[in-house]
Design a protein around this ligand. Structure first.
Ligand code: HEM
Length: 248
């Protein structure tokens, strides 16, 4: 790669997505699909014939273990958003004060039949990526809250058990979906938080599904119609671009 600006016809390869960004992306895809599958089975477990309490708790436990892997992957990416390469950083990939102008220029260039090329996300993509990241964080926080209040799993499980245990009851003896040793007043006081976390979790998942569909549609459309190679770039890390990229 030379340091001079490429001419309109020159084709150059640029290193864009660094390894941690690519790893996060594909690990996240696999874990989100697995969580949707197990979460979906949890929602329809009665229809699927899973009626025993052990089956219900087993599914939740499996979901939470996959959820931990998802949370660790996401937290690493959140740190990488501050220390990764230029295109991995949130300062570059999220919308900023210039985004409104960039979006208008992008739209008018497309309307004029031009084909602006981007190394990072295009101006529309920046909004989609911000939305997806905010939803992933919301789902992680509410999932962890729910893991603690519903099946007493870390990081909040022991604190919830200590809060709920009746006088002279060992908090560690409290079992999920078993009222033995539980102070009913405290359990009632916890219900609104538990319920809210569960509702926000599920509605954020519905919104995420919508954004994932839009994201996949937009990426395939852009690959075919505007900027070939953006999908393979998430495997190789490199974008091959003709002419001058807008965001080098
Ligand atoms: C994108 C990632 C995730 C997706 C798509 C997802 C999906 C779902 C779905 C569809 C449900 C509803 C099941 C039901 O109503 O019975 C659910 C519930 C639950 N999720 Fe997740 N989840 C994700 C991440 C997490 C994480 C990171 C954790 C925590 C480690 C977690 C913990 C839970 C728990 C404890 C429940 C049970 C809540 C209840 O019984 O109401 N989830 N999840």
């Amino acid at each position: 790669m030379s340091s001079s600006k490429p001419t309109a016809l020159e084709v150059k390869s640029y290193p864009v997505w660094d390894k941690p960004t690519r790893l996060f992306h594909w690990i996240n895809v696999i874990l989100v699909l697995a969580l949707i599958l197990v979460g979906g089975i949890m929602m329809y477990r009665t229809e699927l014939g899973i009626t025993e309490l052990t089956g219900k708790i087993g599914l939740k436990t499996l979901h939470v273990w996959i959820g931990y892997a998802f949370a660790i992957n996401l937290i690493i990416r959140l740190v990488w958003g501050f220390v990764g390469n230029k295109y991995a950083r949130f300062s570059h990939m999220f919308p900023n004060a210039n985004s409104k102008n960039e979006l208008m220029t992008y739209k008018s260039e497309l309307a004029a039949g031009k084909n602006p090329q981007y190394l990072g996300h295009n101006p529309k993509g920046k909004f989609a990526v911000l939305g997806i990241m905010l939803l992933l964080v919301t789902i992680m926080v509410t999932g962890l809250l729910r893991a603690g209040t519903d099946i007493y799993y870390p990081p909040l499980g022991s604190a919830v058990q200590s809060y709920l245990a009746d006088t002279n009851v060992d908090p560690a003896s409290l079992k999920p979906y078993d009222a033995t040793g539980v102070n009913t007043e405290k359990a009632d006081a916890l219900k609104p938080l538990k319920g809210l976390a569960g509702e926000v979790h599920v509605y954020a998942v519905y919104l995420l599904l919508l954004l994932i569909l839009l994201h996949v549609f937009a990426v395939v459309y852009t690959e075919v119609k505007r900027q070939p190679g953006i999908i393979s770039a998430m495997f190789s890390g490199k974008k091959i671009i003709q002419g001058q990229p807008k965001d080098e």
